[in-house]
Design a protein around this ligand. Structure first.
Ligand code: ZN
Length: 255
């Protein structure tokens, strides 16, 4: 039975991952996510049902459009596979529970941010709002007070990030943090609380640092999107349910 559930969540992830490719591309470009239906960006060939199977279509078509033979970006199957794996992992980690639902919301959010922030340096407001609503509803299953506390946590974390932005703007004399990153902190605070969301900022920066250095040297690029790193840090902290207590015990053990 457990294996059936696992297969269900992996397949669900593969299918939704395919949808998130579309969402992450269309929302930053102010396009409708429903119309027109999926087509080849080069020749406008409308994709049939056999060309819409996550990962498999890409493999069987050898990564090429069936009509014009132009190359399809490897990003599509990678995002599908990533979503499928992370959905399956979420089920293994949390079983059927409120945390599983929150985990699926967070994975979806982070995957869409990967598509849109890396390509367009934008985290669409719509996905932040939908995430806030879905997490609030899931928290309601734990109790109404729990749900409202999570909103408060979101607000505090948002405020902390906004303060960091103000200080950063003052020091660097330019926009230091994007609006999307600050709004993202609301979702982070809701799901892991204000103390861990500060840890999230540190962990995100820690992961981003080496990549920022490499991109500065190789591409002379000083601006890298911060959202994906915040997202990866969030998934690590949430998956492994790292609480202030866990962190405290860990630091104590180092001595
Ligand atoms: Zn084509």
């Amino acid at each position: 039975m457990e294996v059936l559930y696992l297969i269900f969540f992996v397949v669900l992830g593969l299918i939704l991952g395919s949808f998130y490719n579309v969402v992450g591309y269309r929302l930053p470009n102010n396009m409708s996510i429903a119309f027109p239906s999926s087509h080849c960006p080069k020749c406008n060939h409308k994709l049939g049902p056999l060309e819409l199977i996550p990962v498999l279509s890409y493999i069987f078509q050898l990564g090429k459009c069936k009509s014009c033979k132009s190359k399809i970006s490897i990003q599509y199957p990678i995002i599908e596979l990533l979503t499928g794996i992370l959905f399956g992992f979420s089920y293994l980690k949390f079983g059927i529970s409120v945390n599983l639902f929150i985990s699926l919301v967070l994975v979806s959010l982070v995957v869409i941010i990967f598509v849109s922030d890396i390509k367009y340096m934008i985290i669409p407001d719509q996905i932040i709002i939908v995430s806030i609503i879905l997490i609030f509803i899931s928290k309601c299953f734990l109790g109404i007070s729990e749900a409202f506390v999570s909103l408060l946590y979101g607000l505090i974390s948002f405020g902390v990030m906004f303060l960091i932005k103000l200080i950063g703007d003052f020091i660097f004399k330019r926009e230091s943090l994007g609006g999307g990153d600050i709004k993202l902190m609301f979702v982070i605070g809701m799901s892991i609380g204000p103390i861990m969301s500060v840890c999230n900022i540190f962990l995100g920066s820690l992961i981003a640092f080496p990549i920022a250095i490499v991109s500065m040297i190789t591409k002379k690029e000083h601006l890298i999107p911060y959202g994906p790193f915040l997202g990866v840090a969030l998934l690590i902290l949430f998956f492994f349910q790292i609480t202030p207590q866990v962190l405290y015990d860990f630091l104590l053990n180092l001595y």
